[in-house]
Write a protein that binds this ligand. Structure first.
Ligand code: NAI
Length: 290
């Protein structure tokens, strides 16, 4: 695989394009929004500059990587000769299903279609294509250039060969891939989100305050960030929607979102991106530093 198309150039898409470009792939970055593409290119250059200043990259390697990236607002043009698509568009079922119907039409028959979805069923996405054996989850973590893990999610019909190829390709990007099966929340969010929900219940029931809960988890469990602050960074709306996927998918009340979380999202307190969640944020402080 040499030619990669990344669909969606937001938080995750620009990180994924960054990593593939650094490892010498020819990257077509596609977004419906021209300004989003321009912003993504700026972010990639800024993040690469940071890597240069830390001695992780030379100026020449940076220039070569930036040259590997081409941008497109047309999906059809951006995926014409591609070997692998990594879809990182907005987390919305209808958006993803429509994209995969089109990807199935526009990409070469041999092309593997991967999605970076956090919570949507790979099997459901694969079912709208005529190549379910070549549809797979590649769940990168934020920030992509820094985080080592890729959850490689096998849909019901994903082939053994495609799974092996994607595991191998992920290792080639200096990532650590972990193979998991396609059930709600996969592994990362199935374990993380109930922990965050429990932290919110602990606050809701008055067992302890925000900073106390986070301090217990940071100092007691050696977590780099407490669960309430982490929830703010992920976005409380995103946490709520993933908990709803778990709740509905398993039909088990243990995943029911805490009423405090529901209230906060309804009131517009969605975490760092809105300036307030469990903590208050000064504008722009959400960006994680690479
Ligand atoms: P984002 O909102 O930052 O970026 C989404 C981008 O997709 C936007 O630039 C938007 O213009 C574009 N887009 C929307 N519809 C499109 C279409 N039909 N064709 C092309 N581009 C389209 O979203 P973010 O956070 O980067 O998330 C992307 C995916 O990655 C989602 O599936 C999310 O669940 C997943 N994810 C997000 C993580 C995070 O920490 N933000 C972590 C792991 C996975």
């Amino acid at each position: 695989m040499k030619n990669i198309s990344v669909i969606g150039s937001g938080t995750m898409g620009n990180g994924i394009a960054h990593v593939f470009a650094l490892f010498g792939y020819s990257v077509s970055l596609v977004d419906i929004s021209g300004p989003a593409l321009e912003k993504a290119l700026n972010t990639i250059q800024k993040n690469m500059d940071r890597q240069v200043s830390k001695g992780l990259l030379t100026e020449d390697e940076k220039s070569a990587a930036v040259e590997n990236i081409k941008i497109y607002t047309s999906l059809e043009e951006g995926v014409q000769n591609t070997d692998l698509v990594v879809e990182a568009a907005t987390e919305n079922l209808e958006v993803k299903l429509e994209l995969f119907r089109n990807l199935d039409k526009f990409t070469p028959e041999s092309c593997v279609l991967a999605t970076n979805t956090s919570s949507i069923s790979i099997t459901k996405i694969a079912a709208v294509t005529n190549r379910a054996d070549k549809v797979i989850g590649m769940h990168f973590m934020n920030p992509v250039p820094v985080m080592k893990l890729v959850e490689v999610i096998r849909g019901y019909a994903t082939s053994e060969k495609v799974t092996k190829d994607i595991m191998e390709l992920s290792r080639g990007l200096a990532k650590v891939p972990v193979e998991v099966n396609d059930y709600p929340g996969f592994v990362a969010n199935r374990i993380l989100m109930p922990m965050i929900n429990e932290a919110i219940y602990t606050l809701y029931e008055g067992v302890a305050g925000i900073e106390e809960i986070d301090t217990v988890m940071k100092l007691g469990m050696a977590h780099p960030m407490g669960p309430l602050q982490l929830a703010d960074f992920i976005g409380l709306d995103v946490c709520l929607s993933i908990l709803r996927v778990l709740h509905e998918g398993f039909g088990n009340p243990k995943y029911a979102p805490c009423p405090l979380l529901v209230n906060m999202v309804e009131a517009g307190y969605k975490g760092a991106k809105t300036g307030e969640g469990f903590y208050k944020y000064t504008p722009g402080s959400k960006e994680l530093v690479i």
